[in-house]
Design a protein around this ligand. Structure first.
Ligand SMILES: [Zn+2]
Length: 228
């Protein structure tokens, strides 16, 4: 059966963020990064037919990078995406730096572009950071323009890369969001949480405005041929 539309509602994203599965993994990756100085992360995939959420295992990266899609155990999910049965909802990883804000690197953005399975997919790139006291923040970024409009918006894509560099000088997370966000092209917001030392789910503090990230699009399974 083919799916005609991809629908991601505000409540879908709220439910995901509050779920125990998400908060447990969030706590595990935050703790892993704090303890080792390595990047940890996981991915969230959604079944297009029944909306079921699938989480990948927690993946360990290096000090300055992580490959969230290359892990062999994710082959099943990648195939499901290629077959149009699932789509990537969100990719999350932590940066080890204890200071400063969680700002996606150019490489993060490039990887996100490469992970777009269908012309109309709009996966969310989430970068996390946590301090030694366990106070954490997540920056969520999503490209709102889909594949068929992308060629026309190449200048905006370059603008987005420039904005990521400029965000380094921001003073608050809200400044980071304002520096990165490009209305109609790149949605951005942040959330905060409290890490726990035990293996229990972390506590959410600030929740992002998920309405900015909601969308409905025609499900089109043609892979993007890379970004120009
Ligand atoms: Zn990164």
């Amino acid at each position: 059966m083919s799916i005609d539309y991809v629908t991601v509602k505000q409540e879908d994203l709220t439910q995901m963020l509050h779920s125990e599965s998400f908060r447990k993994r969030l706590n595990t990756v935050a703790l892993g990064t704090v303890r080792t100085g390595l990047e940890y992360g996981f991915g969230v995939y959604r079944d297009l037919e029944d909306g079921t959420i699938n989480y990948t295992k927690v993946i360990r990266g290096k000090t300055d990078q992580i490959n969230l899609r290359g892990a062999p155990e994710l082959a099943r999910l990648r195939n499901a995406c290629d077959n149009g049965r699932m789509h990537l909802l969100l990719d999350l990883h932590f940066h080890p730096d204890e200071y400063g804000f969680p700002i996606p690197s150019d490489e993060d953005l490039e990887e996100l572009e490469e992970s777009i399975y269908g012309l109309n997919d709009r996966p969310i790139l989430t970068v996390g950071q946590v301090d030694r006291r366990g106070r954490g923040q997540l920056l969520h970024l999503q490209r709102r323009i889909t594949g068929d409009q992308l060629g026309l918006n190449a200048p905006l894509m370059i603008d987005l890369y420039d904005r990521l560099c400029e965000a380094d000088s921001a003073l608050t997370m809200m400044d980071v969001v304002n520096a990165i966000e490009i209305p109609g092209f790149a949605a951005c917001d942040y959330s905060t949480f409290e890490m726990t030392r035990a293996k229990s789910p972390c506590m959410l503090d600030r929740v992002p405005d998920w309405e900015k990230f909601a969308y409905e699009a025609r499900a089109d399974r043609h892979r993007l041929g890379g970004y120009p």
